[in-house]
Ligand binder design. Structure first.
Ligand SMILES: NC(=O)c1ccc[n+]([C@@H]2O[C@H](COP(=O)([O-])OP(=O)(O)OC[C@H]3O[C@@H](n4cnc5c(N)ncnc54)[C@H](O)[C@@H]3O)[C@@H](O)[C@H]2O)c1
Ligand SMILES: O=C(O)[C@H](O)COP(=O)(O)O
Length: 523
């Protein structure tokens, strides 16, 4: 088997890989070059320098694992990898102490103008009064993102007698208390802190978490540090805050585009910078390279990964089989939660037929994720879905039966709140997911785009008027399925439509005689 290492990796990691596989180390590949090379490799090992885009993933026909020798996976299209059944692993702990120490080094250098004073003296100037600094003792440090690195930074800063405020929606008050940290909102923190440091991943929610509004609230002596990811602090707003002396300084290790030669930061007043050095210590590089190399060896030899970030660890062959079910379950539970339209207390997932004999944990996780995503958006992922369901007291029930009627494998998901429930059944045919029932009514739908699900009485002159409502409002129907029930009974109609349907049009549909309810879902 062949492994491509496309960023610099320590010798210790390379040696482990070379003992098992043919290893090519080719760095600085463009997307096109990577797309061209990737089909021949079974695994790809990267750091932050390689962008593993959807295009790369789609071309990776043999690939079973992407190993990130480090923490951040924002340079990997994890969704695309998951869809293709490729496991993504990282090394979550190997560089955490180095990153925390670099943050403290940056904070101290910022407080005492170390890089500027160093450059001045080397330019044969003796400017003692120009480089007046501040103590950190007794000052307040705001930590945004109290995960592994944030917590280590907080611990070290406490050792220097700093008061710690933190914001992290996923950290309990109990844990914060244990750490001696006061939890606050971002706005409360930026108003109070003398130093602010960010340690979140870069996500839709954390991008620009510190922007012009937040800089406007800061004290004039505030100093800000980013050793996490470029983009968590908006670079234009930071440049403006520094150049107008709204804040006293910034220490930045990471940038939206690296190297940041065309960005707004390098020429700012009172900024000190390093070229993404948080993890650049001998110790961290050995740790992360060995950890990821061991994961690649395990997975390519048919074992499981310990630090898979996209799915509970299962064997790669099984992942290939499960991939379409994972996607289908996520879509089905998302549809169930949208149709229920309220909070829920239980999700039941039943596996029938061949799939019942497999390790279905990744499918269950995907089902939980899809359901929670309606309320939580991108805050939920495959890793935290189970824990989030538990913390929200949502009961998860799995059942298995090896018998099915029509298809070799089916899954059924039911989301419940009190007496109200929505259930959707599905199967996979030729690698593509299909919805085969809604609330027990047989249908045959490819789940995608906008869908109207209408419960109605099975009698003449109901379906036609509904379609007329859509037609006269210029909404194109691209597919339609009607359940079977005895005449006069209640059944279901599912309409695939090409555009969003405003609430007033849905209301008009609901007023059609015989329509009991009509809801729009977006998949
Ligand atoms: N500069 C470097 O070389 C370097 C080295 C290592 C890690 N990093 C980066 O540091 C960051 C933190 O890494 P880590 O190992 O501590 O990760 P982690 O997953 O242990 O911690 C991240 C924390 O951020 C929190 N979080 C998520 N969304 C949030 C939000 N919207 N608001 C507030 N908090 C939120 C999470 O709850 C979690 O506690 C990552 O971006 C990682 O890529 C950089
Ligand atoms: O997320 C990480 O682990 C760090 O940003 C380190 O990145 P690097 O491996 O490119 O040094």
């Amino acid at each position: 088997m062949k492994v491509l290492v496309s960023d610099p990796l320590s010798e210790q990691g390379l040696t482990i890989l070379q003992q098992h596989f043919t290893v090519d180390v080719i760095t600085k590949l463009s997307e096109e070059e990577l797309v061209e090379k990737i089909p021949e490799y079974d695994a790809l090992v990267i750091r932050s320098g390689t962008q593993v885009t959807r295009k790369v993933i789609e071309a990776a026909d043999k690939m079973k694992i992407v190993g990130r020798a480090g923490v951040g996976v924002d340079n990997v299209d994890v969704e695309a990898a998951t869809e293709k059944g490729i496991i993504v692993v990282n090394a979550p702990e190997g560089n955490m102490l180095s990153a925390a120490e670099h943050t403290i080094a940056m904070m101290m250098a910022l407080a005492r103008n170390v890089p500027q004073a160093d450059a001045s003296l080397k330019a044969k100037k003796w400017e003692r009064s120009k480089f007046m600094g501040v103590e950190v003792n007794g000052k307040t440090l705001g930590v945004i993102g109290l995960g592994r690195i944030g917590a280590e930074v907080a611990k070290r800063a406490q050792g220097m007698n700093m008061n710690i405020l933190a914001y992290d929606p996923f950290v309990s008050d109990e844990r914060a208390k244990e750490m001696g940290v006061k939890m606050m909102t971002v706005h409360e923190i930026v108003k109070e802190a003398d130093f602010i440091t960010v340690h979140t991943p870069l996500t839709k929610d954390t991008r620009n978490i510190i922007d012009a509004e937040e800089f406007g609230m800061m004290k004039s002596n505030a100093r800000i540090i980013n050793c996490a990811r470029g983009g968590i602090i908006n670079e234009e707003s930071l440049a403006e805050a520094l150049n107008s002396e709204k804040i006293a300084g910034a220490a930045i290790d990471v940038f939206t585009s690296e190297p940041p030669f065309d960005g707004p930061l390098l020429d700012c007043k009172n900024i000190i910078v390093t070229p993404h050095l948080g993890a650049s210590t001998e110790e961290a590089q050995i740790n992360v390279a060995v950890s990821v190399a061991e994961e690649v060896v395990a997975v390519l030899n048919g074992g499981t990964a310990k630090n898979a970030i996209n799915i509970p660890s299962v064997k790669p062959e099984l992942m290939t089989m499960l991939a379409p079910y994972i996607q289908l379950a996520e879509t089905m539970s998302n549809a169930c939660a949208q149709l229920l339209g309220k909070n829920y207390e239980k999700i039941s997932i039943s596996y029938n037929g061949d799939i019942a004999e497999k390790d279905t944990r990744p499918v269950t996780v995907a089902a939980i994720k899809g359901m929670l995503q309606v309320a939580l958006g991108s805050a939920v992922n495959y890793v935290n879905a189970g824990a989030l369901a538990k913390s929200r007291k949502v009961e998860v029930v799995e059942s298995k039966s090896e018998t099915t009627e029509e298809f070799s494998s089916t899954i059924k998901i039911e989301v419940t709140m009190g007496d109200e429930k929505v259930s959707i059944g599905g199967t996979v045919i030729a690698g593509k997911g299909k919805i085969i029932s809604v609330n027990g009514e047989h249908v045959d739908i490819v789940p995608a785009g906008y869908m109207i699900v209408a419960t109605h009485v099975n009698k003449p002159n109901v379906i036609g008027p509904c379609c007329l409502v859509l037609g006269k409002n210029d909404i194109n129907i691209s597919g339609m399925q009607v359940g079977r029930a005895e005449i006069g009974g209640t059944t279901i109609m599912v309409l695939n439509v090409d555009s969003e349907v405003p609430e007033d049009i849905l209301k008009e549909m609901r007023s059609v005689e015989g329509i009991i309810d009509a809801k729009l879902i977006k998949l």
